[in-house]
Ligand binder design. Structure first.
Ligand SMILES: [Zn+2]
Length: 144
């Protein structure tokens, strides 16, 4: 299946390591992502006249503000007892790409200083734009 972007699932929230806050609100955030995702999957299956969903693959940028564990939890909770029960969710993280004001594009190596990583071309640490890394894509689905 061709890669379909989910523009409605873009996140521009600030970067934070939300792991310690994993709880009701975090899970609600992931629930709404998975809900949109499943309706898209349902549409695709209807279009292709397939009944049984096997695997859903998602690619997400490191800055997409999603917690993989919370996404998996939401996916399981929302598919349980329904037509998609037993389907597997696979997640793949996509590297962040920054654009420096000098025009160079680069991928920061250390996660800790992500947005302030020095530009390999000119050394600048400030003012980098996020070229890639905030998106969440439905990569493909397997069904029969
Ligand atoms: Zn630069």
């Amino acid at each position: 299946m061709r890669r379909s972007a989910l523009p409605a699932l873009r996140h521009d929230a600030p970067v934070l390591d939300a792991r310690p806050f994993l709880g009701y609100f975090r899970v609600m955030h992931e629930m709404s992502i998975v809900t949109s995702l499943l309706s898209l999957v349902e549409e695709e299956l209807t279009k292709r006249r397939l009944a049984k969903l096997l695997v859903v693959r998602i690619r997400h940028g490191a800055l997409a503000n999603v917690i993989p564990e919370a996404l998996s939890f939401a996916f399981e909770a929302l598919t349980q007892g329904g037509p998609f029960e037993g389907a597997r969710l696979e997640l793949e993280e996509e590297p962040v790409i920054l654009r420096c004001s000098c025009g160079a594009n680069f991928s920061p190596e250390q996660r800790r200083e992500l947005l302030f990583a020095p530009c390999p071309a000119c050394g600048e640490r400030l003012g980098h734009a996020v070229e890639k890394g905030r998106e969440l894509y439905l990569q493909d689905i397997e069904a029969e």
